[in-house]
Design a protein around this ligand. Structure first.
Ligand code: PLP
Length: 472
């Protein structure tokens, strides 16, 4: 009843009153009509921006025009078509640094396939050794968690910094205490996400210099942060910054970057070489000489036809401005949080539990939650998925490759996990379904709603209607 009243036409006025900054982002409504009209045409409610950003028509046209205007050959040569490709790749590389205000004296942009590819470069080449540490927050994507296997295999110790409920943030003092414990004669890597892809929490960028002052190298996973927040590498100086461009502006897929401090990059040592990564490689002489970065880390032929589309995408964001994107995302996030938390069954029990902060302070537009019936039981994901599908709503369910945050949010204990993993049947392999049977029903994870570049008030209203449907 209450929700229906709040969702009347005056509802939008209430929203604007509470979030007047939304009004200043109205150019995005125009952009959505002219550039993202397919959303309306096909009736989509897209709320999976942490999964992938969306692209504008103008990005596609500009890229197509570019491809039609010249002949592009494989870079790595001095013939005219090769030079043409090389020039555009280097121009895009320079633009990436400029976009993040990263000085070319300090940073280099290495093109990769995606953020995971960037993380793998760090993991496989970081000089972990006995007595060294890999410290990471519970809140991390699996591609950051995966680096622990390299650390383990080279004798380094791995420590997870826990998250505190209910906000799923890290206790600063506990972290600083942990950062103080290191062997300064060793190589020590600290990794965390600027924004959680599970809860939307934005972790402090002050940790970067705090850790570096103690002698740590810092890997700041920016994949979920940069789609809606400016990362200024003139202000903060993490050693490694992995990201995926499709998360920022939708197109092209298949390109990410590792933006790395040159000084720290020198510590990395790769145990293989490939086409393009050497100055000289000899078979009879049994030697290879690595090229300088970025070439030393870019295996084989770059995605040279699509890399120019990265510059087109970055210019697109520049024209809109992060300020406007951020205002819009935060306004919509605040409104959604506020309305979701007021939804109650007739017996007074809440419809949803949100995992993470309930206000807009130091958080982005990613919200993880579960739906509960009047008896307090989790509503099964397949019912939510079915209903969302009928309403053409794109949301995501599960752990979002962030098991650490998910396990803390859903209170899945280490003992529960150990007793599941130690069953003889799961010695070598376990499927998603087996895992869910083992830790039912918590192992179905959460629902994730994420707000981005061209989200609007109607999207949020559509999600609230969807939620309302689960009140008995
Ligand atoms: C925070 C974070 N880091 C890393 C990744 C990995 O990105 P990709 O799958 O593009 O390699 C993701 C993807 O969702 C992410 O959200």
């Amino acid at each position: 009843m209450w929700l229906n009243r709040r969702m009347s036409s005056s509802h939008y006025e209430d929203f604007l009153q509470l979030y007047p900054a939304y009004g200043s982002s109205q150019q995005l409504d125009g952009l959505r009509v002219s550039e993202y009209s397919i959303l309306e045409k096909q009736g989509h409610v897209y709320l999976d921006y942490t999964g992938a950003g969306l692209y504008s028509r103008a990005q596609l046209f500009a890229h197509q025009e570019l491809l039609n205007s010249q002949v592009f050959g494989n870079p790595h040569s001095y013939n005219p078509t090769s030079i043409c490709s090389t020039e555009l790749v280097e121009q895009a590389r320079a633009y990436v640094l400029k976009f993040f205000n990263a000085s070319p004296e300090e940073y280099v942009c290495i093109f990769t396939q995606n953020a995971s590819g960037a993380l793998k470069i760090v993991g496989e080449a970081y000089p972990f050794g006995t007595g060294c540490r890999y410290l990471l927050t519970f809140d991390n994507h699996n591609s950051v968690n995966g680096i622990r296997e390299y650390a383990h295999s080279r004798g380094a110790s791995v420590t997870y910094q826990p998250l505190i409920l209910p906000d799923l943030r890290v206790d600063d003092n506990g972290l600083l205490e942990n950062l103080r414990q290191l062997d300064k004669g060793c190589f020590n890597l600290f990794a965390y996400p600027a924004q959680s892809n599970f809860s939307g929490v934005q972790h402090s960028l002050d940790w970067i210099s705090a850790a570096q002052d103690q002698g740590w190298d810092v890997l700041l996973d920016a994949a979920a942060f940069v789609p809606t927040n400016r990362l200024d590498l003139g202000q903060v100086h993490p050693d490694f910054v992995p990201l995926s461009f499709y998360k920022m502006f939708g197109y092209p897929t298949g390109i990410g970057a590792l933006i790395a401090r040159k000084e720290t990059l020198h510590k990395l040592s790769r145990s293989w070489f490939a086409g393009g990564t050497t100055t000289v490689a000899s078979v009879r002489g049994n030697r290879f000489y690595p090229a300088d970065a970025p070439a030393a880390f870019e295996d084989g032929t770059l995605n040279y036809l699509n890399i120019p589309a990265v510059e087109i995408g970055l210019r697109h964001l520049d024209r809109i401005s992060y300020h406007i994107i951020h205002e819009r995302v935060i306004s919509l996030t605040g409104w959604l949080l506020e309305n979701l938390t007021t939804l109650k069954h007739s017996n007074g029990k809440p419809l949803v539990q949100i995992y993470g902060p309930l206000d807009t302070q130091d958080r982005g537009g990613t919200i993880a939650l579960n739906f509960f019936d009047p008896q307090g039981e989790i509503i099964p994901k397949h019912l939510l998925e079915e209903e969302a599908g009928c309403r053409n709503i794109s949301i995501r369910m599960g752990f979002f490759c962030n098991p650490g945050a998910g396990e803390i949010a859903l209170d899945i204990s280490g003992d529960e996990l150990s007793s599941c993993f130690s069953r003889p049947a799961y010695e070598d392999r376990i499927s998603d379904l087996d895992f869910q049977r083992c830790i039912d029903p918590k192992a179905s994870g959460a629902v994730r709603v994420s707000i981005g570049l061209v989200s609007n008030y109607s999207d949020i209203e559509a999600f609230l209607r969807f939620a309302n449907n689960f009140l008995e």
